[in-house]
Write a protein that binds this ligand. Structure first.
Ligand SMILES: [Zn+2]
Length: 77
């Protein structure tokens, strides 16, 4: 299975990694609770991939300088 990283805010493709060859602790996923993992990871078993919703550098900087923008991008929260 491959992990595909995309930005949760702008959907920018950030890269992919082969989960079978990756060290889970390096991915930073083993520190998440099951609930958090369910929130950021969506599996597509047909394609044998998992989409990991993270944040790109651009959105990270934007949110750090304008925290109120994060609310606009997450209307459900
Ligand atoms: Zn982004």
């Amino acid at each position: 299975m491959q992990l595909i990283y995309v930005c949760r805010h702008c959907n920018m493709y950030l890269g992919r990694i082969d989960r079978d060859q990756a060290d889970p602790s390096r991915l930073g996923l083993d520190t998440l609770t099951a609930e958090e993992q369910a929130d950021i990871i969506s599996y597509n078993l047909n394609e044998d991939v998992a989409y990991v919703r993270t944040i790109c550098n651009y959105c990270q900087e934007a949110i750090e300088s304008h925290p109120e923008l994060a609310l606009l991008h997450n209307p459900l929260q």
